[in-house]
Design a protein around this ligand. Structure first.
Ligand SMILES: [Zn+2]
Length: 395
């Protein structure tokens, strides 16, 4: 059996102990100590990190009453000195104690019971038995939780025997029988818990919910406490200042400025489209005037396939012609065939020929056909061949 030093003193980071058993676990040397300050993974809180005799501790797991420490390399000798990674431990004490307070605040404000808790490397999550929530209700939950922090309530831990447990107003019914370790946030929350907690609620620092989503008919909340909340606030403050700088407004006016910029962009796109249409009309006129024959063939290297198609449609609306247009573009080129309404020619009959020459894909209607294909060096030649086939079909 390993004595859990963190039960009495979660602030203890250095300790001396004796090795009582050795094994290989997951390919690594592992030790059971007679006593330890290392917290083993359980109850939603990950295992501590740190060193034993200067060797990295990779994992800490409980097995009945024993606590196993997986280490990077074998440690000779039976007397060891352990060192817990304190910044990491304190961060988890902040998140874990904050979770107790937040869970009870959810009950007091919304009667929302905690279904599960996970302490993550960056954010922690709390699954609450609620099917919906709004911003103002969440604000009340956060206010109730942070009031406990501002009051700096004491956080006490003590053991209560099984026959006396009924006298403790536990937030959740206990999962185990017999003597239980109780964590009490003075007069506010009573939980059966084996985790590591701060001594006073003030050490938790700010408790902040950052987002939530529906899951399994419950709501799952992301939350941050202490240093994590401060880091998140610093990041978001820098972000709003940066956005304010981009729009040349104060941070409160960023949403309005962004909405206006998006509306302006939409209006400008519409205006640009109208100009493109008008321009295509003039260009079509020039194309028609410069091509005396019935069939007009052209290859474009400086236009998008969409613009080439627009131009083709303008040409056949303004004159009784058939167009064979090629758009050399990246990543795919296009061949577009279009005819004016007076012609009975079904352009679909030329699709197999275009596909045979380009290896592309496409189709369309009797009056408009489009084939898309990867880069072809002899596109001009292909356009000429197709034009000849069309002229032959017309005679
Ligand atoms: Zn706890």
């Amino acid at each position: 059996m390993t004595v859990r030093l963190y039960f009495d003193d979660p602030y203890l980071v250095e300790f001396e102990a004796s090795v009582v058993r050795r094994e290989t676990r997951g390919g690594r040397p592992a030790l059971v100590l007679d006593r330890t300050a290392f917290y083993p993974e359980s109850g939603g809180q990950p295992a501590d990190r740190g060193e034993i005799n200067g060797v990295k501790v990779l994992d800490v797991q409980e097995d009945g009453d024993d606590i196993w420490h997986s280490v990077e390399t074998d440690i000779p000798g039976d007397a060891v000195r352990g060192q817990v990674d304190w910044p990491l431990r304190f961060d988890r004490m902040q998140q874990h104690t904050g979770q107790h307070v937040l869970s009870q605040a959810f009950i007091e404000v919304l009667k929302g019971e905690t279904r599960s808790f996970h302490l993550g490397d960056e954010v922690s999550t709390l699954e609450i038995g609620l099917d919906r929530v709004d911003e103002s209700a969440l604000e009340r939950v956060e206010r109730a939780a942070n009031a406990v922090v501002f009051e700096d309530r004491e956080v006490k831990t003590y053991f209560v025997s099984g026959d006396k447990i009924g006298e403790v107003p536990l937030r959740r019914p206990p999962k185990k029988e017999g003597t239980l370790r109780i964590v009490e946030v003075a007069g506010f929350d009573y939980s059966a818990c084996g985790g590591t907690h701060v001594r006073h609620a003030g050490e938790i620092g700010l408790i902040k919910i950052t987002r939530w989503e529906k899951i399994r008919g419950n709501l799952r909340f992301d939350f941050l406490c202490g240093r994590r909340a401060l880091a998140d606030y610093a990041r978001k403050n820098a972000l709003t200042r940066q956005l304010g700088g981009l729009f040349s407004v104060g941070d409160k006016d960023v949403p309005q400025a962004a909405e206006k910029a998006l509306a302006d962009l939409k209006a400008q796109k519409k205006a640009a489209r109208a100009m493109q249409e008008a321009l295509a009309g003039y260009e079509a006129k020039a194309v028609i005037e410069n091509a005396p024959g019935r069939v007009i063939r052209r290859m474009f290297t400086d236009k998008t396939p969409e613009d080439v198609k627009l131009l083709a449609l303008k040409v056949i609306r303004q004159s009784e012609r058939i167009v064979v247009f090629g758009a050399k573009a990246s990543p795919q080129s296009h061949i577009i065939l279009a005819r004016s309404d007076d012609s009975p020619l079904d352009l679909r009959q030329f699709v197999p020929l275009i596909i045979a020459k380009t290896g592309g894909k496409g189709g369309g209607s009797s009056s408009l056909v489009e084939v898309v294909f990867s880069k072809m060096d002899n596109l001009l030649e292909i356009i000429r061949d197709i034009t000849e086939s069309i002229e032959k079909a017309m005679n």
